[in-house]
Design a protein around this ligand. Structure first.
Ligand SMILES: Cc1cc2nc3c(=O)[nH]c(=O)nc-3n(C[C@H](O)[C@H](O)[C@H](O)COP(=O)(O)OP(=O)(O)OC[C@H]3O[C@@H](n4cnc5c(N)ncnc54)[C@H](O)[C@@H]3O)c2cc1C
Length: 401
Protein backbone atom coordinates (compact mmCIF):
# COMPACT_ATOMS: atom_id res chain seq x y z
CA UNK A 1 0.00 0.00 0.00
CA UNK A 2 1.48 3.29 -1.08
CA UNK A 3 -0.20 6.48 0.00
CA UNK A 4 2.72 8.71 -0.97
CA UNK A 5 1.58 11.78 -2.86
CA UNK A 6 2.64 12.10 -6.47
CA UNK A 7 4.91 15.03 -7.26
CA UNK A 8 1.90 16.93 -8.59
CA UNK A 9 -0.16 16.26 -5.45
CA UNK A 10 2.80 17.28 -3.28
CA UNK A 11 3.14 20.56 -5.19
CA UNK A 12 -0.57 21.19 -4.88
CA UNK A 13 -0.41 20.60 -1.12
CA UNK A 14 2.59 22.90 -0.68
CA UNK A 15 0.95 25.71 -2.66
CA UNK A 16 -2.32 25.29 -0.80
CA UNK A 17 -0.59 25.24 2.59
CA UNK A 18 1.28 28.43 1.79
CA UNK A 19 -1.91 30.07 0.47
CA UNK A 20 -3.95 29.15 3.55
CA UNK A 21 -1.30 30.41 5.96
CA UNK A 22 -0.87 33.65 4.03
CA UNK A 23 -4.57 34.40 3.51
CA UNK A 24 -6.10 33.15 6.74
CA UNK A 25 -3.36 32.25 9.25
CA UNK A 26 -3.23 35.71 10.81
CA UNK A 27 -6.99 36.36 10.97
CA UNK A 28 -8.50 32.98 11.78
CA UNK A 29 -8.52 33.14 15.58
CA UNK A 30 -10.10 36.59 15.77
CA UNK A 31 -12.52 36.19 12.84
CA UNK A 32 -13.73 32.70 13.77
CA UNK A 33 -14.87 33.91 17.19
CA UNK A 34 -17.02 36.60 15.59
CA UNK A 35 -19.42 34.03 14.15
CA UNK A 36 -20.86 33.12 10.75
CA UNK A 37 -19.32 34.66 7.64
CA UNK A 38 -21.56 37.10 5.80
CA UNK A 39 -22.32 36.30 2.17
CA UNK A 40 -19.81 38.95 1.03
CA UNK A 41 -17.09 37.45 3.20
CA UNK A 42 -17.90 33.94 1.97
CA UNK A 43 -17.69 35.10 -1.66
CA UNK A 44 -14.39 36.78 -0.90
CA UNK A 45 -13.09 33.47 0.52
CA UNK A 46 -14.33 31.55 -2.54
CA UNK A 47 -12.65 34.00 -4.89
CA UNK A 48 -9.39 33.60 -3.00
CA UNK A 49 -9.62 29.80 -3.27
CA UNK A 50 -10.29 30.11 -7.00
CA UNK A 51 -6.87 31.75 -7.42
CA UNK A 52 -5.23 28.47 -6.34
CA UNK A 53 -7.54 26.45 -8.60
CA UNK A 54 -9.97 25.37 -5.87
CA UNK A 55 -13.60 26.24 -6.53
CA UNK A 56 -17.03 25.24 -7.67
CA UNK A 57 -16.91 26.34 -11.31
CA UNK A 58 -16.94 23.48 -13.84
CA UNK A 59 -13.14 23.56 -14.25
CA UNK A 60 -11.98 24.02 -10.64
CA UNK A 61 -14.56 21.63 -9.23
CA UNK A 62 -12.33 18.78 -10.36
CA UNK A 63 -10.14 19.56 -7.36
CA UNK A 64 -13.12 18.82 -5.12
CA UNK A 65 -14.17 15.64 -6.91
CA UNK A 66 -10.67 14.12 -7.21
CA UNK A 67 -10.68 12.08 -3.98
CA UNK A 68 -6.99 12.45 -3.10
CA UNK A 69 -6.85 16.15 -3.97
CA UNK A 70 -10.08 16.71 -2.03
CA UNK A 71 -8.49 14.82 0.88
CA UNK A 72 -5.49 17.16 0.73
CA UNK A 73 -7.80 20.20 0.65
CA UNK A 74 -9.78 18.87 3.62
CA UNK A 75 -6.62 18.17 5.64
CA UNK A 76 -4.99 21.51 4.88
CA UNK A 77 -8.14 23.61 5.41
CA UNK A 78 -8.81 21.60 8.58
CA UNK A 79 -5.33 22.51 9.78
CA UNK A 80 -5.88 26.24 9.35
CA UNK A 81 -9.61 27.06 9.40
CA UNK A 82 -12.15 24.19 9.46
CA UNK A 83 -15.09 26.64 9.33
CA UNK A 84 -14.34 27.17 5.63
CA UNK A 85 -14.79 23.54 4.64
CA UNK A 86 -18.59 23.49 4.19
CA UNK A 87 -18.35 26.35 1.68
CA UNK A 88 -16.42 24.00 -0.60
CA UNK A 89 -17.70 20.57 0.45
CA UNK A 90 -21.43 21.23 0.77
CA UNK A 91 -21.44 23.77 -2.06
CA UNK A 92 -19.95 21.22 -4.46
CA UNK A 93 -23.03 18.98 -4.67
CA UNK A 94 -25.45 21.62 -5.99
CA UNK A 95 -22.67 23.13 -8.10
CA UNK A 96 -22.23 19.83 -9.96
CA UNK A 97 -25.82 20.03 -11.20
CA UNK A 98 -26.11 23.73 -12.05
CA UNK A 99 -24.72 23.23 -15.61
CA UNK A 100 -27.59 20.82 -16.41
CA UNK A 101 -30.39 22.68 -14.63
CA UNK A 102 -33.26 24.37 -16.49
CA UNK A 103 -32.20 27.33 -18.65
CA UNK A 104 -33.51 30.04 -16.31
CA UNK A 105 -31.62 28.54 -13.33
CA UNK A 106 -28.51 28.00 -15.41
CA UNK A 107 -28.61 31.56 -16.75
CA UNK A 108 -28.77 32.93 -13.23
CA UNK A 109 -26.30 30.64 -11.51
CA UNK A 110 -23.63 29.83 -14.12
CA UNK A 111 -22.15 33.36 -14.14
CA UNK A 112 -21.95 33.26 -10.33
CA UNK A 113 -20.29 29.83 -10.48
CA UNK A 114 -17.79 31.00 -13.04
CA UNK A 115 -16.88 34.12 -11.06
CA UNK A 116 -16.39 32.10 -7.86
CA UNK A 117 -19.43 33.75 -6.27
CA UNK A 118 -21.75 30.75 -5.98
CA UNK A 119 -22.73 29.45 -2.55
CA UNK A 120 -24.69 26.21 -2.37
CA UNK A 121 -26.03 23.88 0.27
CA UNK A 122 -27.08 20.24 0.61
CA UNK A 123 -30.35 20.14 2.53
CA UNK A 124 -31.41 16.74 3.83
CA UNK A 125 -31.71 16.84 7.64
CA UNK A 126 -35.06 17.76 9.17
CA UNK A 127 -36.24 18.30 12.75
CA UNK A 128 -37.64 14.74 12.86
CA UNK A 129 -35.30 13.15 10.33
CA UNK A 130 -31.67 13.29 11.37
CA UNK A 131 -29.96 9.90 11.12
CA UNK A 132 -33.23 8.45 9.84
CA UNK A 133 -33.30 10.21 6.50
CA UNK A 134 -36.04 7.83 5.29
CA UNK A 135 -38.38 9.79 7.57
CA UNK A 136 -38.13 13.12 5.75
CA UNK A 137 -41.39 15.04 5.64
CA UNK A 138 -40.57 17.70 3.06
CA UNK A 139 -42.84 17.02 0.10
CA UNK A 140 -42.68 17.85 -3.58
CA UNK A 141 -46.08 17.75 -5.26
CA UNK A 142 -46.10 17.76 -9.04
CA UNK A 143 -48.56 20.27 -10.51
CA UNK A 144 -48.17 20.56 -14.27
CA UNK A 145 -44.51 21.27 -15.02
CA UNK A 146 -43.69 22.34 -11.47
CA UNK A 147 -43.11 20.75 -8.10
CA UNK A 148 -44.59 22.56 -5.13
CA UNK A 149 -42.20 22.03 -2.23
CA UNK A 150 -43.27 22.32 1.40
CA UNK A 151 -41.29 21.47 4.51
CA UNK A 152 -38.52 22.45 6.89
CA UNK A 153 -34.83 21.55 6.97
CA UNK A 154 -32.45 22.04 9.85
CA UNK A 155 -28.71 22.10 10.58
CA UNK A 156 -27.94 22.95 6.97
CA UNK A 157 -24.43 24.27 6.32
CA UNK A 158 -24.41 27.49 4.24
CA UNK A 159 -28.24 27.68 4.38
CA UNK A 160 -28.47 31.36 5.25
CA UNK A 161 -26.16 32.52 2.46
CA UNK A 162 -26.91 29.89 -0.22
CA UNK A 163 -27.91 30.73 -3.79
CA UNK A 164 -29.27 27.21 -4.25
CA UNK A 165 -30.21 24.21 -2.14
CA UNK A 166 -29.93 20.61 -3.31
CA UNK A 167 -32.91 19.49 -1.25
CA UNK A 168 -34.10 16.06 -0.14
CA UNK A 169 -37.85 15.64 -0.74
CA UNK A 170 -40.55 12.98 -0.82
CA UNK A 171 -42.49 12.90 -4.06
CA UNK A 172 -46.06 13.49 -2.84
CA UNK A 173 -47.63 11.17 -5.39
CA UNK A 174 -45.15 8.25 -5.44
CA UNK A 175 -43.71 8.54 -1.91
CA UNK A 176 -40.23 8.10 -3.42
CA UNK A 177 -37.30 10.05 -1.96
CA UNK A 178 -35.36 12.27 -4.32
CA UNK A 179 -33.50 15.58 -4.46
CA UNK A 180 -34.41 18.83 -6.18
CA UNK A 181 -32.08 21.68 -7.06
CA UNK A 182 -33.80 24.80 -5.75
CA UNK A 183 -32.55 28.17 -6.95
CA UNK A 184 -33.29 30.71 -4.24
CA UNK A 185 -34.02 33.62 -6.55
CA UNK A 186 -36.63 31.97 -8.77
CA UNK A 187 -37.98 29.71 -6.00
CA UNK A 188 -37.60 31.76 -2.81
CA UNK A 189 -37.22 30.12 0.61
CA UNK A 190 -36.66 31.53 4.08
CA UNK A 191 -33.81 30.65 6.42
CA UNK A 192 -32.61 31.44 9.90
CA UNK A 193 -29.28 31.04 11.66
CA UNK A 194 -28.37 28.29 14.14
CA UNK A 195 -25.42 28.63 16.53
CA UNK A 196 -23.00 25.93 17.64
CA UNK A 197 -19.86 25.37 19.72
CA UNK A 198 -17.42 24.94 16.83
CA UNK A 199 -16.98 25.88 13.15
CA UNK A 200 -18.11 29.27 14.43
CA UNK A 201 -17.54 31.10 11.14
CA UNK A 202 -19.49 28.54 9.10
CA UNK A 203 -23.09 29.68 8.60
CA UNK A 204 -25.56 26.95 9.59
CA UNK A 205 -29.30 27.28 9.48
CA UNK A 206 -32.83 26.13 9.05
CA UNK A 207 -34.66 26.36 5.72
CA UNK A 208 -38.41 26.82 5.34
CA UNK A 209 -40.10 25.87 2.07
CA UNK A 210 -43.59 27.32 1.82
CA UNK A 211 -45.25 26.41 -1.50
CA UNK A 212 -41.89 26.81 -3.17
CA UNK A 213 -42.35 26.30 -6.94
CA UNK A 214 -39.56 24.47 -8.81
CA UNK A 215 -39.51 23.27 -12.42
CA UNK A 216 -39.74 19.47 -12.63
CA UNK A 217 -36.57 19.28 -14.72
CA UNK A 218 -34.52 20.32 -11.66
CA UNK A 219 -35.25 16.95 -10.03
CA UNK A 220 -32.28 14.63 -9.50
CA UNK A 221 -33.12 11.81 -11.97
CA UNK A 222 -33.56 14.37 -14.78
CA UNK A 223 -30.36 16.16 -13.76
CA UNK A 224 -28.40 12.89 -13.69
CA UNK A 225 -29.82 11.87 -17.08
CA UNK A 226 -28.80 15.23 -18.56
CA UNK A 227 -25.39 14.94 -16.94
CA UNK A 228 -24.80 11.59 -18.66
CA UNK A 229 -25.95 13.05 -21.97
CA UNK A 230 -23.45 15.87 -21.49
CA UNK A 231 -20.59 13.39 -20.95
CA UNK A 232 -20.93 12.57 -17.24
CA UNK A 233 -20.08 14.40 -14.04
CA UNK A 234 -16.62 15.99 -13.74
CA UNK A 235 -15.55 13.23 -11.34
CA UNK A 236 -12.93 10.49 -11.48
CA UNK A 237 -13.76 7.19 -13.19
CA UNK A 238 -13.86 5.30 -9.89
CA UNK A 239 -16.17 7.82 -8.24
CA UNK A 240 -18.42 7.59 -11.30
CA UNK A 241 -18.39 3.81 -10.92
CA UNK A 242 -19.60 4.18 -7.33
CA UNK A 243 -22.31 6.60 -8.44
CA UNK A 244 -23.59 4.04 -10.94
CA UNK A 245 -23.37 1.01 -8.61
CA UNK A 246 -24.83 2.46 -5.38
CA UNK A 247 -27.73 4.78 -4.73
CA UNK A 248 -26.42 8.19 -5.87
CA UNK A 249 -26.90 9.76 -2.41
CA UNK A 250 -24.97 6.92 -0.71
CA UNK A 251 -22.18 7.06 -3.26
CA UNK A 252 -22.01 10.85 -3.12
CA UNK A 253 -21.47 10.77 0.65
CA UNK A 254 -18.39 8.54 0.48
CA UNK A 255 -16.24 11.49 -0.52
CA UNK A 256 -17.40 14.06 2.07
CA UNK A 257 -16.97 11.37 4.75
CA UNK A 258 -13.38 10.68 3.70
CA UNK A 259 -12.98 14.48 3.61
CA UNK A 260 -14.34 14.85 7.15
CA UNK A 261 -11.81 12.22 8.29
CA UNK A 262 -8.94 14.12 6.73
CA UNK A 263 -10.20 17.47 8.00
CA UNK A 264 -10.12 15.89 11.47
CA UNK A 265 -6.51 14.92 10.79
CA UNK A 266 -5.77 18.55 9.88
CA UNK A 267 -7.25 19.87 13.14
CA UNK A 268 -5.39 17.24 15.18
CA UNK A 269 -2.13 17.97 13.35
CA UNK A 270 -2.39 21.70 14.10
CA UNK A 271 -2.98 20.99 17.80
CA UNK A 272 -0.13 18.44 17.86
CA UNK A 273 2.35 20.90 16.35
CA UNK A 274 1.45 23.54 18.96
CA UNK A 275 1.83 20.90 21.73
CA UNK A 276 5.30 19.92 20.51
CA UNK A 277 6.45 23.56 20.51
CA UNK A 278 5.07 24.18 23.98
CA UNK A 279 6.57 20.97 25.38
CA UNK A 280 10.01 22.25 24.40
CA UNK A 281 9.49 25.81 25.65
CA UNK A 282 7.55 25.56 28.89
CA UNK A 283 9.81 25.00 31.88
CA UNK A 284 8.61 23.49 35.17
CA UNK A 285 10.68 21.90 37.94
CA UNK A 286 13.71 23.37 36.18
CA UNK A 287 13.27 21.56 32.87
CA UNK A 288 11.14 21.73 29.74
CA UNK A 289 7.90 19.82 30.35
CA UNK A 290 8.74 17.73 27.24
CA UNK A 291 11.31 15.93 29.41
CA UNK A 292 8.54 14.48 31.56
CA UNK A 293 7.50 10.95 30.62
CA UNK A 294 3.78 11.63 30.98
CA UNK A 295 4.03 14.49 28.50
CA UNK A 296 5.95 12.24 26.10
CA UNK A 297 3.29 9.58 26.50
CA UNK A 298 0.65 12.10 25.45
CA UNK A 299 2.76 13.11 22.44
CA UNK A 300 3.11 9.41 21.53
CA UNK A 301 -0.65 8.86 21.74
CA UNK A 302 -1.39 11.97 19.72
CA UNK A 303 1.05 10.98 17.01
CA UNK A 304 -0.32 7.43 16.72
CA UNK A 305 -3.91 8.71 16.53
CA UNK A 306 -2.96 11.19 13.80
CA UNK A 307 -0.96 8.67 11.75
CA UNK A 308 -3.65 5.98 11.91
CA UNK A 309 -6.38 8.51 11.05
CA UNK A 310 -4.38 9.82 8.11
CA UNK A 311 -3.78 6.30 6.78
CA UNK A 312 -7.46 5.42 7.07
CA UNK A 313 -8.51 8.72 5.47
CA UNK A 314 -6.26 8.35 2.45
CA UNK A 315 -7.05 4.64 2.18
CA UNK A 316 -10.73 5.64 1.88
CA UNK A 317 -9.83 8.30 -0.70
CA UNK A 318 -7.87 5.73 -2.73
CA UNK A 319 -10.80 3.29 -2.53
CA UNK A 320 -13.01 6.00 -4.07
CA UNK A 321 -10.38 6.63 -6.79
CA UNK A 322 -10.52 2.97 -7.79
CA UNK A 323 -14.32 2.69 -7.35
CA UNK A 324 -13.75 -0.13 -4.86
CA UNK A 325 -16.82 -1.71 -3.22
CA UNK A 326 -14.93 -1.13 0.07
CA UNK A 327 -15.17 2.67 -0.38
CA UNK A 328 -18.36 3.08 1.65
CA UNK A 329 -17.06 1.05 4.59
CA UNK A 330 -13.62 2.66 4.56
CA UNK A 331 -14.96 6.22 4.41
CA UNK A 332 -17.35 5.44 7.29
CA UNK A 333 -14.58 3.84 9.36
CA UNK A 334 -12.23 6.73 8.62
CA UNK A 335 -14.82 9.34 9.55
CA UNK A 336 -15.67 7.86 12.92
CA UNK A 337 -12.08 6.96 13.83
CA UNK A 338 -10.48 10.25 12.77
CA UNK A 339 -13.29 12.40 14.21
CA UNK A 340 -13.00 10.77 17.60
CA UNK A 341 -9.19 10.79 17.38
CA UNK A 342 -9.23 14.56 16.77
CA UNK A 343 -11.28 15.06 19.96
CA UNK A 344 -8.71 13.02 21.93
CA UNK A 345 -5.71 14.74 20.36
CA UNK A 346 -7.03 18.26 20.89
CA UNK A 347 -7.94 17.38 24.49
CA UNK A 348 -4.36 16.21 25.13
CA UNK A 349 -2.91 19.29 23.41
CA UNK A 350 -4.96 21.49 25.77
CA UNK A 351 -3.73 19.44 28.72
CA UNK A 352 -0.11 19.96 27.70
CA UNK A 353 -0.75 23.71 27.68
CA UNK A 354 -2.10 23.57 31.25
CA UNK A 355 -4.02 26.76 32.16
CA UNK A 356 -3.04 28.35 28.86
CA UNK A 357 -4.79 25.50 27.06
CA UNK A 358 -8.08 26.65 28.55
CA UNK A 359 -7.54 30.29 27.65
CA UNK A 360 -9.66 31.70 24.87
CA UNK A 361 -6.66 33.80 23.87
CA UNK A 362 -5.00 30.63 22.50
CA UNK A 363 -6.06 28.57 19.48
CA UNK A 364 -6.14 25.34 21.55
CA UNK A 365 -9.75 25.79 22.62
CA UNK A 366 -10.78 26.45 19.00
CA UNK A 367 -9.08 23.22 17.88
CA UNK A 368 -10.97 21.36 20.59
CA UNK A 369 -14.33 22.94 19.72
CA UNK A 370 -13.80 22.36 16.00
CA UNK A 371 -12.73 18.74 16.58
CA UNK A 372 -15.88 18.15 18.62
CA UNK A 373 -17.94 19.06 15.55
CA UNK A 374 -16.50 16.23 13.46
CA UNK A 375 -18.49 13.33 14.91
CA UNK A 376 -21.98 14.47 13.84
CA UNK A 377 -22.36 16.13 10.39
CA UNK A 378 -22.21 13.90 7.29
CA UNK A 379 -23.16 10.89 9.43
CA UNK A 380 -22.82 10.42 13.19
CA UNK A 381 -20.18 8.11 14.65
CA UNK A 382 -22.95 5.66 15.59
CA UNK A 383 -24.34 5.49 12.05
CA UNK A 384 -20.80 5.18 10.63
CA UNK A 385 -20.25 2.17 12.93
CA UNK A 386 -23.54 0.61 11.83
CA UNK A 387 -22.67 1.07 8.15
CA UNK A 388 -19.34 -0.63 8.85
CA UNK A 389 -21.07 -3.50 10.69
CA UNK A 390 -23.59 -3.96 7.92
CA UNK A 391 -20.89 -3.90 5.25
CA UNK A 392 -18.88 -6.52 7.13
CA UNK A 393 -21.87 -8.80 7.71
CA UNK A 394 -23.70 -8.28 4.43
CA UNK A 395 -27.30 -8.29 3.24
CA UNK A 396 -29.94 -8.68 5.93
CA UNK A 397 -27.74 -7.24 8.70
CA UNK A 398 -28.63 -3.56 8.56
CA UNK A 399 -29.23 -2.49 12.17
CA UNK A 400 -31.71 0.20 11.22
CA UNK A 401 -33.47 -0.95 8.05
C1 LIG B 1 -22.66 21.89 12.15
C2 LIG B 1 -23.56 20.96 11.44
C3 LIG B 1 -23.64 21.02 10.06
C4 LIG B 1 -24.52 20.19 9.37
N1 LIG B 1 -24.63 20.30 8.01
C5 LIG B 1 -25.61 19.61 7.36
C6 LIG B 1 -25.85 19.85 5.98
O1 LIG B 1 -25.17 20.65 5.33
N2 LIG B 1 -26.86 19.17 5.39
C7 LIG B 1 -27.65 18.28 6.07
O2 LIG B 1 -28.55 17.71 5.45
N3 LIG B 1 -27.43 18.03 7.38
C8 LIG B 1 -26.43 18.69 8.04
N4 LIG B 1 -26.22 18.48 9.39
C9 LIG B 1 -27.09 17.56 10.10
C10 LIG B 1 -26.42 16.27 10.50
O3 LIG B 1 -26.20 15.48 9.36
C11 LIG B 1 -27.34 15.62 11.55
O4 LIG B 1 -27.22 16.39 12.74
C12 LIG B 1 -26.96 14.19 11.80
O5 LIG B 1 -27.29 13.40 10.69
C13 LIG B 1 -27.66 13.63 13.04
O6 LIG B 1 -29.02 13.91 13.04
P1 LIG B 1 -29.67 14.49 14.39
O7 LIG B 1 -28.87 15.66 14.81
O8 LIG B 1 -31.12 14.71 14.15
O9 LIG B 1 -29.48 13.35 15.47
P2 LIG B 1 -30.45 12.11 15.70
O10 LIG B 1 -30.71 11.39 14.42
O11 LIG B 1 -31.61 12.53 16.50
O12 LIG B 1 -29.51 11.19 16.59
C14 LIG B 1 -29.35 11.40 18.00
C15 LIG B 1 -28.36 10.36 18.52
O13 LIG B 1 -28.89 9.03 18.31
C16 LIG B 1 -27.97 8.27 17.58
N5 LIG B 1 -28.70 7.35 16.71
C17 LIG B 1 -29.69 7.65 15.82
N6 LIG B 1 -30.12 6.54 15.21
C18 LIG B 1 -29.38 5.52 15.71
C19 LIG B 1 -29.34 4.11 15.47
N7 LIG B 1 -30.12 3.52 14.57
N8 LIG B 1 -28.47 3.39 16.19
C20 LIG B 1 -27.64 3.96 17.09
N9 LIG B 1 -27.63 5.28 17.35
C21 LIG B 1 -28.49 6.04 16.67
C22 LIG B 1 -27.14 9.28 16.79
O14 LIG B 1 -25.90 8.75 16.36
C23 LIG B 1 -27.01 10.39 17.82
O15 LIG B 1 -25.99 10.07 18.72
C24 LIG B 1 -25.30 19.26 10.09
C25 LIG B 1 -25.20 19.17 11.47
C26 LIG B 1 -24.35 20.01 12.15
C27 LIG B 1 -24.29 19.93 13.65
Amino acid sequence: MDFEFTEEQQMFRDTLREFLEKEFGAIVDKRDKQGPLSKEEAIDVMKKFKKVGVGLDPESIRTLTDPVIFGIIAEEVGRVWPSLLPLLGMGAIPALFVPVATDDVKDRLMPKLERGEFIGCFAETEPEAGCDTSNIKTTAKLEGDYYIVNGRKTWISNATIADAAFTGVKDASTGADTFILIDRESSPFETNELHKIGWKASPTGEIFFDNCKVHKDNEMSVLIQKTFEAGGLPVSEGYMKLLSTMSPATAMLTLPRAGMALASVGIAQAAFEKAIEYSKERVQFGKPIGKFQLIQEMLYKMNVLIETSRLLGYKAAHAIVSGSPEARKLSSMAKVYAGEAAVKVTYMAMQIFGGNGLSDEMPLERYFRDARMMTVPDGTSEIMKLITGYTILGKGFSAYA
